[in-house]
Structure formats: C-alpha cells, structure tokens
Design a protein around this ligand. Structure first.
Ligand SMILES: Nc1ncnc2c1ncn2[C@@H]1O[C@H](COP(=O)(O)OP(=O)(O)OP(=O)(O)O)[C@@H](O)[C@H]1O
Ligand SMILES: [Mg+2]
Length: 214
C-alpha cells in the first residue's frame, strides 16, 4: 500500500526548476535508495517530502509531518543539550510526554544505537559517528512511520562510516519503517534498498533493484 505518493512534483528556486516532474509511489515498509549526481535535486526532494520546502506544483501525499523523521548530513543536534536531552526534546515539547517516561524512551533509543554510556555527553565531546547515532535516535523518538536520511555518512571520517551504516541496517531489520536514504555508499544502498531511484537533473532517470558500479 502506498504510504507516500508523489505526483508531477516540480520545485523552482528563483527562475530555475530544480525538480521537473517527479512521480513516485512508495509502499509501506519499503526502503528506497536515492542516488545521482550532485545538484540533481535529491536533498530538495527529501525536503519537499518532509515539508521543509514548499512545492511549486504537483502533489505529495505523506503521513502527517509529525510521523516522519529526518537525519541530516551534519547531524544538526542541539549543541547545548546532552545526547539524552536531544533525544527527549520532541517528546517533551511536541508530545508532552511526562519527563520520566520521555527519559526512559530516550534511554532505550540510545541503547539501540549503542550510546547508553554517552547519554550525558554534549555533542561537542562526541565523535561524528556518535553524534550521528544520537541524531538517528532523536529521529526515532516519536516513533515515526517514515525515516528520511540525507547522506548520513558524508560528513564522517571514513572509520566512522560503518558504525552509522550498521545502526541504519539494524533499524531496517528490526522495525517496520518506510525509509528513504540518499547515500553515495553504493554497497550499502544496494544491500538495504528494495528499490533504488536514480535522480538526474530534477527527474527520475531510472528505478533499479541494484545499482551496478562501473
Ligand atoms: N534554497 C535554495 N535556493 C536556491 N537554490 C537551491 C536551494 N536549495 C537547493 N538549490 C539548488 O538546487 C539544486 C539541487 O540541489 P540539491 O541540494 O537538492 O541537490 P543534491 O542532489 O542533493 O546534491 P548533492 O549530491 O550535492 O547533495 C542545486 O543546483 C542547488 O544549488
Ligand atoms: Mg544533497
């Protein structure tokens, strides 16, 4: 069953169309890899889906915004909050979850990403890979139906890439979420994706099961 339906989506910045008519239906629990050259519109597509950008024309049907989470290239953690507070934040401010219950949920999520021993650390004293794992725990806090990843490992030192990919794969294997993942880690994308969408110059150039490297 379609959980996301995108019809003839166009997005213009200034005078230029960046998305030029995207049509895509994503099924519940599908993992969709999104690949393509720089500047093709991959981030813009994710941002339109989660509502960070308005659409110029066409339509996007999704679950309510609050039922979707996003993980960014540069983590975007709150610098003055601890790992635990970062994960608790939306539960407290949006869902009005009582503090003790929010702490328990957040602690469980930190455990899931292997960071229960870093709960009280601030982002500046965490490695990039640890920060990104906190960001993933935070994106999971409100129990989303859809999780969007925009190049989650592109800002990481090479030796931290795998720990983050492992966490994403673990989530894929243990939770029934729909996932959209923009990544240049082709081996990972091939492994995790049910379908891979190739975006070029604002259009879907192809949809494949496996992206063959040349
Ligand atoms: N807020 C904005 N205002 C104007 N132009 C924008 C804006 N956001 C994106 N663009 C332009 O839209 C085009 C597509 O950008 P986008 O970030 O979606 O590409 P991408 O496929 O994610 O690229 P990359 O692989 O480098 O992340 C680029 O030419 C970019 O400069
Ligand atoms: Mg991008």
């Amino acid at each position: 069953m379609g959980i996301i339906k995108i019809q003839d989506l166009r997005k213009r910045f200034d005078q230029e169309f960046i998305l030029k008519g995207i049509n895509l239906e994503i099924n519940e629990r599908e993992a969709i890899g999104i690949v393509g050259k720089s500047g093709g519109g991959k981030s813009t597509l994710l941002r339109c889906i989660i509502g960070l950008e308005s659409v110029t024309s066409g339509s996007i049907e999704t679950p309510p915004k609050g039922r979707m989470g996003m993980v960014f290239q540069n983590f975007n953690l709150f610098p003055h909050k601890t790992a635990l507070q970062n994960v608790m934040e939306s539960l407290i401010t949006v869902d009005k979850t009582p503090k003790k219950a929010a702490m328990e949920i957040a602690m469980d999520l930190l455990k899931k990403v292997g960071l229960e021993d870093r709960a009280d650390y601030h982002p500046r004293v965490l490695s990039g890979g640890q920060q990104q794992r906190v960001a993933i725990a935070r994106a999971l806090a409100r129990n989303p139906e859809v999780l969007l990843f925009d190049e989650p490992t592109s800002a990481l030192d090479p030796d931290m890439v795998q720990e983050v990919l492992n966490v994403i794969e673990e989530i894929r294997n243990t939770q029934s979420l729909t996932m959209l993942i923009v990544s240049h880690e082709m081996k990972f994308v091939n492994q995790i994706s049910d379908r891979i969408v190739i975006i070029e110059d604002g259009l879907i150039k192809g949809i494949v099961k496996e992206y063959l490297l040349d």
